[in-house]
Design a protein around this ligand. Structure first.
Ligand code: ADP
Length: 446
């Protein structure tokens, strides 16, 4: 699978997962909101019904004496009472409820005798409402227009008297049902729309999330290609040498020695490259590992100056040190790695400085930082290359630099070591004037 397809498929998969999960969450949330609204409406209706039926029951009960009879003083508690229910039911125009504090236009009251026959009706006059068993206290009913009602049934019975009958109070749920229908509508149309937006957002987010992965994938591919290329060069050179020797029938001792020297050079180049690659891999794996050892940078700078003095002399370059601190300047870290960091910078400075030039290794303290500077008066680096020279295998001038034996890993290693020691490295350079590599490392405070 090529890179393009792989990343597009992964992006699709991520966006689909995102949209799927968000879809489930939104659906559940919508369902939860709907349930909460429904529950709030039901509870409010029940509470209202309970309060009204309780008040009515307490007012009516003492006035009812004879089963099946509704005295006149009872009727004053009933809004627009109809004591001949069959007539009232046949005349729906009378269904308009009377004004009153108790009745806001959506209640009905029914009085039933013990055998469940309707005796009196007041308030709303819903058509075709059933008369269910008075034994169940709470019920949902529907009239012939399919309007829902919540009804409560209470027995009417005075102490020491037979059961008079039942009081039924019902509240119309038309308004709350209409509201719930509009909530459902909003949810059913809003959810697919929200899912479309979530899908688009998911696609965009997946793209954003994959950008650094794609970058490092490309870097890895580039690194593998560069590493293979660098490894192939000495191997090909060694193979060519061996083949030419095999074609020669008789070899003198001098020729044999020369051949072995060529092979040894290629072998060393190969070994160095493999060592560098392994070091980089190790640094990548370690990240910012916790170090406990301390390293004295003054000693380290002096050691490097001493080790590279001969090389500087050969290259006709003056190598100086400039250590400003009298107190030893210490940092926490791996001495071997820090040595390699400064060594790479100094060896580059010597290599890229022409005869008679100067290379200085300076050490100073700046607040909580130890600052190592490697300055040279060499060829310099053009501004457009300065951000690239820390990339692995990057060389400004490939042919020229290959002659110096460099593989383009020196600065990458220096940067990885600096980062591992929680420091930073920067370059300042002018073509033809020279370069300055500055390394900041957190110092150990006494
Ligand atoms: P190399 O092994 O080729 O030296 P480096 O990673 O050390 O690789 O350096 C990368 C490139 O940066 C070099 O090829 C060289 O072009 C440039 N460079 C590094 N240091 C200097 C310097 N002091 N002066 C000029 N150019 C430099």
């Amino acid at each position: 699978m090529n890179e393009q397809t792989l990343f597009r498929q992964t992006r699709w998969r991520l966006a689909s997962w995102y949209a799927g999960v968000m879809g489930i969450i939104l659906t559940l949330s919508g369902f939860g909101v709907y349930e909460a609204i429904d529950h709030a409406h039901r509870t409010a209706a029940d509470r209202e019904l309970q309060a009204i039926s309780g008040r009515l029951h307490d007012n009516l009960e003492p006035t009812l004496q004879q089963p099946g009879e509704v005295p006149v003083n009872t009727q004053r508690f009933l809004p627009d009472p109809c004591i001949s229910p069959n007539q009232c039911m046949e005349n729906p125009s009378a269904a308009e409820p009377p004004p009153g504090d108790m009745f806001q236009g959506n209640y009905y009251i029914r009085l039933l005798d013990p055998s469940r026959d309707l005796i009196a009706l007041a308030g709303l006059r819903p058509q075709g409402l059933a008369f269910p068993s008075p034994t169940s206290q709470w019920e949902y009913l529907r009239d012939e227009d399919n309007i829902r009602y919540r009804q409560i049934t209470l027995p009417l019975q005075n102490p020491d008297a037979p059961l008079w009958g039942h009081l039924q109070v019902g509240i119309s749920l038309e308004d709350s049902d209409r509201y719930l229908v509009s909530v459902r509508l909003v949810l059913f149309t809003g959810l697919p729309l929200a899912l479309i937006f979530v899908g688009i957002a998911g696609w965009w987010l997946a793209g954003q999330a994959m950008r650094p992965i794609r970058q490092s994938y490309q870097q890895m591919q580039q690194f593998t290609a560069d590493a293979a290329h660098e490894l192939r060069t000495p191997i090909a050179a060694a193979q060519a040498t061996v083949e030419s020797v095999l074609d020669t029938p008789h070899l003198s001792e001098a020729e044999t020695r020369k051949t072995l020297q060529v092979l040894d050079r290629q072998h060393q180049r190969l070994s160095q490259l493999i060592r560098d690659l392994l070091l980089l891999t190790r640094l990548d794996l370690q990240g910012q590992a916790t170090q406990t050892n301390t390293c004295c940078l003054g000693d380290l700078v002096n050691d490097i100056a001493e080790e590279l003095a001969a090389l500087a002399l050969n290259s006709k370059v003056h190598l100086n040190t400039d250590i400003q601190n009298r107190q030893p300047l210490k940092v926490i870290g791996d001495e071997g790695q820090l040595y390699r960091l400064v060594f790479n910078l100094v060896i580059n400075a010597i290599q890229y400085t022409s005869n008679g030039g100067e290379v200085t290794i300076a050490l100073a303290q700046q607040d909580q930082q130890a600052v190592v500077q490697v300055r040279d008066t060499g060829v310099g680096i053009a501004p457009e290359y300065q951000s690239k020279i820390f990339n692995r295998f990057y060389r400004v001038d490939n042919d020229r630099n290959r002659q110096t034996g460099g593989s383009g890993l020196g600065l990458a290693i220096a940067q990885a070591i600096t980062q591992q020691h929680r420091g930073r490295i920067q370059v300042q350079s002018q073509v033809g004037q020279g370069s300055k590599f500055i390394v900041h490392l957190p110092r150990v405070t006494p």
